[in-house]
Design a protein around this ligand. Structure first.
Ligand SMILES: [Zn+2]
Length: 335
């Protein structure tokens, strides 16, 4: 049985953040609200959101979020709903504390660096990075005027995360064929569409950020419909998680997934690995170890340990040997 939860309202466009109070009224979100931001995103939009909602409580996260402290504040101040205004970490904090305290949350992204801004999944950094199913935002308010002013590197990473759906779907189909795993055609097609649209519009991304925002929202919806991260997370994501564990200075999630997508598509014997690489180049996302700022040895190591990180059947199967990993990274020009 699947338990599908989707956002009730999605507002995308220039100055969308001005509609926050109207959206809350229409969704019957009333009472005390909590706004979570970081120092930068508070200035960019958090302050405005807090003032529009007359928020009781504003939490500005600077480093690792103290979930216990936030949950205590929510209880003590009798908070009715949460607004996460920021990038992935802020939205994840809002998502997780909303899930734990069983109150709704709004996702108000100030950049579009990965699909976590819309999905029900939250990434937690424990001994190894894990993603747990929390809850979908009750509403997403994506102000394209704010998102287009964020550093281009973040937008390029968001494009790469959407493009990575391509190999996630290939892995999902493989797991269905070889292991009889559940597979949903609708969620898979929706996820693939996000990857395709971003690739097809690679040249236009900087002028029209709504393409990426909508692709990431569709990714989140695909995850909601599948009730699993399968449509948007395959072995390219395992490769990125492996880099997060072993690299002293990992790159951005989307950037690593993009490079992983090139290699995993090649491993699937899919000729489109060249198209994927070309699209990432046009977008301005990294396509080599050097552009990721990561040494070759970590790329090879990550490819060899990726399969062991989670019980998810992918083209990596039992894992690649060092020689296979090196050959793959060289054949695709990553190292
Ligand atoms: Zn991702």
């Amino acid at each position: 049985m699947k338990n599908i939860e989707l956002p009730r309202r999605v507002v995308v466009g220039d100055n969308a953040v001005n509609y926050i109070s109207r959206v809350c009224r229409e969704l019957d979100l009333a009472g005390n609200s909590l706004v979570i931001s970081d120092e930068i995103t508070y200035k960019v939009a958090g302050k405005k959101v807090a003032e529009s909602l007359g928020s009781e409580l504003v939490i500005i996260e600077t480093k690792v979020p103290d979930f216990k402290e936030i949950l205590r504040c929510i209880k003590n101040k009798k908070i009715n709903f949460i607004s996460g205004v920021g990038g992935g970490k802020v939205i994840d904090t809002a998502k997780y504390t909303s899930y734990k305290s069983k109150i709704p949350f709004l996702s108000i992204p100030t950049s579009a660096a990965h699909d976590g801004i819309t999905s029900p999944l939250v990434s937690l950094k424990k001994d190894k990075p894990i993603s747990i199913k929390a809850r979908s935002p009750v509403a997403i308010i994506a102000d394209t005027n704010i998102i287009k002013k964020a550093p281009h590197r973040l937008l390029a990473a968001g494009c790469a995360d959407a493009i990575s759906n391509y190999t996630a779907v290939l892995d999902w189909k493989l797991a269905h064929k070889e292991k009889g795993e559940y597979y949903g055609d609708y969620a898979s097609s929706l996820s693939m569409l996000s990857a395709q649209i971003v690739m097809d519009n690679a040249k236009k991304i900087s002028d029209d950020v709504s393409i990426v925002v909508e692709a990431l929202i569709s990714s989140g919806v695909a995850i909601g419909i599948a009730d699993s991260s399968r449509p948007c997370s395959g072995s390219e994501h395992l490769f990125s998680h492996a880099l997060d564990i072993i690299c002293p200075k990992p790159a951005l999630h989307g950037e690593q997934c993009g490079v992983g997508t090139i290699m995993i598509a090649y491993l699937h014997g899919d000729e489109n690995w060249k198209k994927i690489k070309e699209a990432l180049k046009i977008i301005g996302a990294p396509v080599t170890a050097e552009e990721l700022g990561i040494e070759n040895e970590y790329i090879i190591k990550a490819l060899t340990i990726a399969a062991s990180l989670r019980d998810r059947y992918t083209i990596l199967r039992d894992g690649l040997s060092e020689k296979e990993a090196e050959g793959l990274a060289e054949a695709t020009g990553v190292i």
